[in-house]
Design a protein around this ligand. Structure first.
Ligand code: PMV
Length: 312
């Protein structure tokens, strides 16, 4: 009754920012991401009959409070769905090049559901794992798959899951580690405010258009179009966030973005930013060295497409 799994972080190019259903974590719009190879989580789940509740360690530290509750809630769903009585000892380790402040729930919940179900002797399809991972954290449903992944929004638990959409070997994501501190406003809180904003439905409509266009650009492996669409989608998300009175960026974020906007007049390099100040640059292998020569003063991690979740 013990199993370990490994799942990689994913970075959204078309963002998920708002839920139609808080419990099932159904999104307002479909989203698209790249699973990346340098950031991942390994999780071991060990069901032990003697435990009276789940015990959670993250990076070898015993976890209590809210973080534990999120994991317990998902474990309860798994226990109920598969008729299991035992609680489990869960140990999760985030493998990031340094204490990056990028610890993502996407890889964590993807690894958790894979380990927790495999330890029960179940061999669930990736689609089933994706639905379960979504219940832990929306973006985690995409980390079940490698490469470019689409989370189709669906309209129910059964119809909202991710799938692998495309491969693009030369695509690169440069993660720029500008600030390692924890974010102050969670994505869930940010999303709750966003969906109430008068312009929200317009934002959702544009995201669906962005998704249609970026799919075409990715299939054509057109870095100019892919980057431009991803960048404008990220800017729109942060404009909405700002309009709700929240700001995830800092001076370093703004400075780097300005620099990238200059650089993209000459070569295809674009940016995206999530619910925090760190910037992720999008380019291809061909332009990597040139982009990197402009980033000598900051800590960077160069990533390419990562793999699907695996049992280890
Ligand atoms: O799944 P959550 O609650 O970590 O939200 C993810 C939100 C963004 O990273 C900003 C966008 C996305 O689609 O991953």
């Amino acid at each position: 009754m013990k199993s370990s799994a490994k799942a990689y972080v994913n970075i959204a190019l078309i963002k998920y920012w708002g839920k139609t259903d808080e419990v099932l974590k159904l999104p307002f719009n479909s989203s698209l991401s790249l699973t990346i190879d340098q950031f991942y989580t390994t999780t071991t789940v060990n069901y032990l009959p003697q435990l009276s509740e789940d015990v959670l360690y993250i990076d070898h530290q015993l976890i209590t409070g809210n973080e534990l509750k999120r994991v317990k809630d998902l474990m309860d769903i798994i226990r109920k769905q598969f008729g299991v009585g035992s609680f489990a000892e869960i140990s999760s380790v985030n493998h990031v090049p340094k204490a990056a402040g990028l610890a993502s729930s996407s890889s964590a919940f993807a690894a958790l559901v894979a380990a927790a179900t495999n330890a029960l002797g179940l061999n669930l399809s990736h689609t089933e794992l994706s639905k379960l991972a979504r219940l832990g954290s929306g973006s985690a449903c995409r980390s079940i798959f490698g490469n470019f992944t689409i989370w189709q929004k669906g309209s129910s638990h059964e119809t909202s899951y991710a799938y692998e959409f495309a491969k693009w070997e030369d695509f690169r994501v440069i993660v720029c580690l500008l600030d390692k501190s924890e974010k102050t406003i969670s994505s869930s809180e940010g999303m709750r405010l966003a969906v109430k904003h008068p312009q929200y439905l317009e934002y959702v409509k544009q995201s669906e258009i962005d998704l249609t266009l970026i799919k075409e650009a990715i299939v054509q492996q057109d870095i100019h179009k892919t980057g431009q669409i991803a960048q404008s989608n990220a800017i729109r998300m942060h404009q909405l966030i700002n309009a709700c009175g929240i700001n995830y960026w800092n001076d370093k974020t703004i400075k780097l973005i300005e620099k990238i906007k200059d650089l993209q007049q000459k070569i295809p390099v674009y940016f995206t930013v999530d619910a925090g100040p760190n910037v992720k640059l999008l380019t291809t292998k061909k332009y990597l060295n040139e982009v990197m020569s402009h980033l000598t003063h900051i800590e960077t991690v160069v990533c390419q497409a990562g793999k699907e979740v695996e049992i280890i």
